[in-house]
Design a protein around this ligand. Structure first.
Ligand code: GLU
Ligand code: ZN
Length: 342
């Protein structure tokens, strides 16, 4: 699709969370995100989403960068190459999230919340929406931002929760199709700042995507419910939301999203055992319906005829046999025991 001069260029991002090693399922999503932007001559930002402090693994951020480069992906801005929207590491951007919280507080759009996860789960009556846990049932007795003062005096820890609206958000997902949600009744109020004083994913990602000019977001479809929460935030900040493309995940033979229990599917394992990147990329392209066979190729070889239309709408089932096949192309022995950074 040619980009007309008066339109702003398409800007996407790769946003790894260094909470562990990146696996084959992540590789597939990054490959698609890169294709989607690069096939139209757009720009890519690499952003390290490391605010989930207790779960961040040392070395995992560098490993993610090494994995992505090894896959043959590149970016125009990022922690390693700099750029006009630096820093590109979320833990270095907390001033921005704080000032966004200030705006929300001033507008009475957030209230302090002392509910624990168990309070929320126990009081839940609404059905689950996706895999993100129950709707917040509104158990909290605090309603105004100024209620925080009393809690601070008492030394009680609290989160900040966004007061959702019953506005019906509708959008056309570039992969998942037409979507609609009333966030208040289907998902409930959501946390934008956690009780440990750190920003929540929903707020950080919206503040960053606005600041970095991201206008297209391609990611796993487990984040589809989050898109609606994020649309609430875009509405508050009066910012134009990005186009969304939520792609099916890679799952194991048990139907659950790819994880350690499905074997060692780390990209870094393939990289370190010298499986050629083209083997993995060719296989990923086949798994995503971009090629009829899994012949080896690199991301740039897919650009000419890339389209999201070829993407299957169902999750891809990754089998133990497929992992064996991929690893059979290694030149180095598989290190044992496993577990480094896994
Ligand atoms: N950092 C998130 C993850 O790795 C992605 C968030 C997003 O794409 O909005 O799951
Ligand atoms: Zn509460």
């Amino acid at each position: 699709m040619p980009i007309r001069a008066q339109e702003s260029p398409v800007v996407g991002r790769l946003a790894p969370s260094p909470t562990g090693a990146q696996h084959i399922g992540n590789a597939r999503t990054y490959l698609l995100a890169w294709q989607c932007i690069r096939s139209r001559g757009g720009k890519l930002v690499l952003r390290m989403e490391d605010i989930d402090s207790p779960r961040i693994k040392p070395g995992a951020a560098q490993q993610a960068i090494d994995d992505l480069s090894w896959l043959g992906l590149d970016w125009d801005e990022g922690p390693d190459v700099g750029g006009p929207h630096a820093p590109y590491v979320q833990t270095q951007r907390t001033d921005l999230y704080r000032s966004a919280l200030k705006q929300l507080q001033t507008a009475e759009q957030v209230y302090p919340c002392t509910c624990t996860r168990t309070d929320v789960a126990a009081a839940a009556s609404a059905p689950h929406f996706g895999q993100e846990g129950p709707r917040y049932p509104g158990t909290c007795s605090y309603r105004r931002a100024s209620d925080a003062e009393g809690l601070l005096e008492l030394g009680v820890a609290f989160a900040w929760r966004f007061r959702t609206s019953s506005f019906r958000h509708e959008f056309h997902d570039l992969v998942a199709g037409p979507q609609s949600c009333d966030v208040h009744s289907q998902l409930g109020d959501f946390v934008v700042y956690k009780s440990d004083g750190s920003p929540a994913y929903q707020l950080a990602v919206v503040v960053d995507d606005i600041a970095m000019g991201v206008n297209e977001v391609l990611r796993g479809d487990d984040l589809l419910p989050s898109a609606f929460r994020q649309l609430e935030l875009y509405r508050f900040f009066r910012a134009h939301p990005p186009a969304f493309a939520h792609v099916p995940l890679v799952i194991g033979e048990d139907g659950r999203r790819l994880a350690k229990r499905h074997g060692d599917t780390r990209i870094s394992l393939l990289r370190e055992t010298q499986v050629p990147a083209a083997i993995l990329v060719g296989w990923l392209a086949w798994s995503a319906g971009l090629r009829q066979t899994s012949e080896p190729l690199m991301p740039r070889d897919l650009l000419a005829d890339f389209t999201l239309d070829k993407l299957p709408r169902e999750p891809f089932v990754f089998t133990a046999e497929m992992l064996r096949e991929l690893l059979s192309h290694r030149l180095q022995a598989v290190p044992s025991p496993r577990g480094r950074g896994g």
